[in-house]
Every structure is written in C-alpha cells, then in structure tokens.
Design a protein around this ligand. Structure first.
Ligand SMILES: [Mg+2]
Length: 293
C-alpha cells in the first residue's frame, strides 16, 4: 500500500488515503482534480451496509454530509421498498437518514415514465416500492390495455401475473424493468431478481425491456436532477465497477470505488474503465467531505 494524497483546488475535496500500490489502480492527479466536490451520490449495499450490518465509517460519512450541508442521495437498484421502508431499515443499522435522501430504481422508473408519458397507465409486477412510486407520479395501475408493463423486484412472483404481462406485451404494451440485476443477495445464497424474471418474459414475447436502474446512467442523471446537482461537481461512490462506476462515469461524474462489496482489488484492473479513486472502504471517504467554513 502506498499513501497518496490527492488535493483538489481550494475549497474542493481532499482525499488523503491509502491507495493500492500497483499501477492499474493508481489514478493520475489530473483525473482526480477538477471542480470542487459539492454533492454526492452513493450506492447503499456494499458501501454503507452489508444486508443489515453497517459498514464501519458509514455513519460518520452520513453525519459529515448532513453537517456539511452538502447535497447527497443514497442510491439502490432495489425497487421493493419505499424510501420510508429503507430509512427504517438503515435506522436499524444505526444510519440516520431522511426519506428525501433515498433514490431507488422504482423512483427513477416512475420519474422516467412521468417524463415520457405523463398521466399514463401501467400493469406493474412488483412490491409497494414500485406501486407507490407509480401512484405518486399520477400513474393508473391497470391490467387492461396499459401503456406499459413495468417489472420490479418482488419475492412473490405469480404465474398468473407473469402470464398477464406476457399477453399485454404481445398486445403492444411497452416493456420497462426497474433494474437488470439477475440475482440479489441473501444469507442463504442467491435470490432470483428482476433481470432473471425479465429474461423469462423476454423469452416468451421476444421483447426486451428498457432497464432504468444501474448501469443505465439515467439512474445517475435522474438522481442529479432530484438534488439539483451537476455532474462535474458530484462524486458517485459504489462497490461495483460494472454498475456503479460505469454508470457514474457515463453520466460524467467522478467516481470512488470502495472495496467492501462485490468488486475485489484483484479485479479492478481488468475493467476497460477506471474509477477516479479506489479506496478500502467508506471510512476513507469521510475526509473528502468538506467541513462547513
Ligand atoms: Mg452495491
């Protein structure tokens, strides 16, 4: 490990942390520099929490953000839960966040549909996180001639609902899915996730869905819009090169890869794109957040 300090311009973020010593994970000063960082997007699972357990440094990071008054959002591709559910879950893990600080693939999907076809209708397969988000943008949920079939995460997929979705798509409904993840984590092992069920529907209909969640940079852009932030002054923090980092990069953000989640150090250099910074954990990012003057 080599200790490397990247100092941004006056008033900007300062990252003083240990970075991996081999060339393929060291970043040039040029990439780390840029406009001062004034807002933050961060992935949730693998960055702030593992399942229900907080990752050391997460609570200090959130506290620093709140104290500094910098704008931020916690992002998740999971569309099952409402922001209120997630705030309660994070509270149990010792992380205190307001509901407005959560941005889910369900919210991003609802916002996307609202922008694309305001006041439309959808047949939704998913849980309250998705159906609430669709209702809140004024969508009507129906199983008769909807504008869209919207697929999200659920643990109660029914053969009947999937059959209905397939027939509606056959009849011309547009196919949207909240996120492409094929599996999700659980203590007992992998769980089939939205991407796997989407593949089933695609196989039956020949129609591919439009996926809104990461790695679609739309998830980042909608998050930036939500907090009225700008890509050049925002950093995206994530634990996955192939979702968090690529979508942050494609949306024009600087990125931090933390090694507490899915991407391990040995894999970092294998990707054809780089994170701006690679750090051991969220604890290393706390000092990047500027304190109020
Ligand atoms: Mg993650």
């Amino acid at each position: 490990m080599a200790s490397v300090t990247y100092g941004a311009s006056a008033g900007g973020a300062h990252l003083c942390t240990s970075l991996a010593s081999h060339d393929d994970v060291q970043m040039s000063d040029e990439r780390a520099e840029g406009k001062p960082v004034v807002s933050w997007l961060t992935d949730m699972d693998g960055v702030l929490v593992h399942e229900e357990s907080p990752i050391p440094g997460a609570s200090q990071f959130i506290q620093k953000l709140v104290e500094s008054g910098q704008r931020f959002l916690v992002l998740t591709n999971n569309s099952m839960f409402t922001p209120r559910d997630l705030v309660a879950r994070l509270h149990r893990s010792g992380l205190e966040l307001p509901e407005e600080a959560l941005w889910t693939s369900a919210l991003a999907t609802a916002q996307f549909l609202d922008e694309q076809r305001s006041g439309g209708s959808a047949f939704a397969i998913g849980e309250v996180g998705l159906t609430t988000a669709l209702h809140e943008v004024g969508y009507v949920l129906t199983n008769r001639d909807p504008d869209y079939v919207v697929l999200g995460e659920t643990r109660t997929y029914s053969f009947e609902a999937i059959t209905r979705a397939i027939r509606l798509i056959d009849d011309g409904a547009r196919f949207i899915a909240t996120n492409p993840d094929a599996t999700g984590p659980s203590r007992e092992g992998a769980l089939p996730a939205t991407g796997a069920v989407a593949a089933l529907i695609t196989r039956a209909t020949g129609v591919e869905p439009y996926f809104v969640g990461k790695p679609n940079p739309l998830m980042m852009r909608s998050a930036l819009n939500r907090i009225e932030a700008h890509s050049e002054t925002t950093v995206m923090i994530g634990d996955r090169m192939d979702t968090d980092i690529i979508s942050g990069l494609e949306a024009g953000l600087r990125t931090v890869l933390v090694l507490t989640g899915l991407t391990v150090r040995e894999q970092v250099g294998r990707y054809p794109y780089r994170a701006t910074w690679v750090v051991d954990s969220i604890a290393d990012v706390v000092d990047m957040v500027d304190s109020p003057d």
